[in-house]
Design a binder for this molecule. Sequence first.
Ligand code: H91
Length: 671
Amino acid sequence: MAAGDYEEILKYYELHETIGTGGFAKVKRARHLLTGEKVAIKIMDKLALGDDLPRVKVEIDAMKNLSHQHICQLYHVIETSKKIFMVLEYCPGGELFDYIISKDRLSEEEARVFFRQIVSAIAYVHSCGYAHRDLKPENLLIDGDHNLKLIDFGLCAKPKGGLDYHLNTCCGSPAYAAPELIQGKSYIGSEADIWSMGVLLYALLCGFLPFDDDNVVAVYRKIMRGKYSIPKWLSPSSTLLLDQMLQVDPKKRITVKHLLSHPWLMQGYSDAVQWQSKYSLGNLDEDCVAELSVFHRQSRESILELISEWKYDQMSATYLLLHSKKARGRRVRLRAPCQAGPGSTTPSAALGPERGMRCEDTPYCSAAAHVFGSIEFSDAASWAEESPLEEFILNSCKPKQHSGDDAQLDDAEFTLSTPVARKVASKKHENKENVATESALRNQMPFELPAPQTPFATSQIESQVQSTPSQAPAFKESHFTTVTPVKQPTGPTHTDELTAAEVLPERKCHSVDLDLNLAHIDSSQKKRKAKIFGSLERGLDKMITMLTPSKKKRSARDHPRKLKAHCNVTTTQLLNPDQLLNEIMAVLSNKHVEYIQKGYTLKCQTRSDFGKVTMEFELEVCLLSKPEAVGIRRQRLKGDAWVYKRLMEDILLSCQQGLPRAGHEDLTTTV
Ligand code: H91
């Protein structure tokens, strides 16, 4: 990756590790320099996008028009000759999908809290004339307050004549697709979204899909029939609601309007779902405008004018991020990166591209400090969202900037897991969600209302590069070679005697295809797998992930990292990380999963029969404290979430079978 590709984004953001890849995009965690706020940056390569470039344009246009408490906020769009960067609201809780599977399934109460937010987001999206068309738990993220945010508008549609007009493109994930859509008929976008919401609600309440099979054609057949099983734990009211949403005939399907005050959604609530946006981008916040005007040394009026242009540039981003900081009760302050020491830097010198701001080892100064003539080398913690400890580690472990080197950006020298998913405080949501005006609006169709005021801006994506779509290979520098994992003695071993790094330096493995077809496995075994997977996870959500500074990066890490429990960490009762690592590698080889070993992390990928990378994920053997145990952190980077879930169940079950089952070395379920 050429250094120039990242030059523009590095003027405003500090880039951290990659948190996901999807199709043609890479998503990185980052920090906005002026506000110190965390963001997620979706990075797309124009050449690799090829024919998909219009989809990106659709997504950016939609996100510029949509601004809602349950939609991931777009802050900034940067287009360079080779790349498109979308700077987005950061959601530390990750995907709703991972949250559901970590708990097996959600209680009706918890599902209701989330489902009200999904209905709110979709009613708003429809009221703006859009259909999302790719609703699924992977496209709903959990923010720092445990609220949902809808993402991925790349498949959304805004029919010219309004939402009642028919659409023709069949898109989205097969398991969530409405019957009329897979039949290739023209369909109404909002009706298709309701079906997907029905599938989503079923997944929340059951932990699996209503229409599922290893064979896509069989999935389609099941969808067309519209028959699904009703597990015994579903209440009659949940069953009724699912039935109303999963009607094969779209005309018989319940509408968003009726969902807003549906008895199931009202249980325990006094008000219908509030779908209107709480963000009024027309009314600018005085404190944020004042701070920006001090910082930029410009009049309030000219700042107001600049913000109101909503160009999704640094001004939009700084305003929106300051505003979100204020909403969380943080100080409305901008930090100016100081350059050569007191007296030499003015805030305006630190403003942006023209002046070539650098962020290497730059101490931060407040805007106000500049105005009053004294340079204040700010106490990082005073800006920080995190605990002083977290901020300390963040600052002391900052990855080097400006290298533009992709590998370096990918493998920052520290790892930070942010506090995840607080337990749902349902009543808190209730208060947040409902406003006084709500009951008056209860009977209004969202799409009958005028579209709310949202900023419009001309798209910056003008040039559409037409070229051969060439997907960047996932593990481009790696050679996958076949290695048979070293099977260690099964009895207890001393970690200190034989570490993985010593025994297994940079092990690389190659195998041809992955058999994801679990149809040959009998259903009792499947059930057992599901149970094991669920119970391994259950209860872990009660804990939070804390910052874990990693030691200085080495070619191969010689100790497993110490991590806190998280919904993506499976606890075992093993005490020997090397033994577990070996077993996982043996299982991966067996299952034809390609992997690269980097210390205790296994970067894994699967391929289709045609050699296309179908899934990418990481497994990391880690140490957990309280109770002391060895854990497996897993992160899906790419691929179908449910296929991934099944593969994980399979891997975990095989590890359990492969390891000795005596004493405390047993891999058993915990918590
Ligand atoms: N999937 C569809 O995994 C596979 C942390 C995390 C935190 C995020 C904020 C925004 C987005 C992702 C975040 C995220 C892709 C985001 C927003 C839009 C969008 C895309 C991503 C993954 C990619 C990584 C994501 C989740 C979805 C994490 N992610 N953990 N904040 O289009 Cl609008 Cl692709």
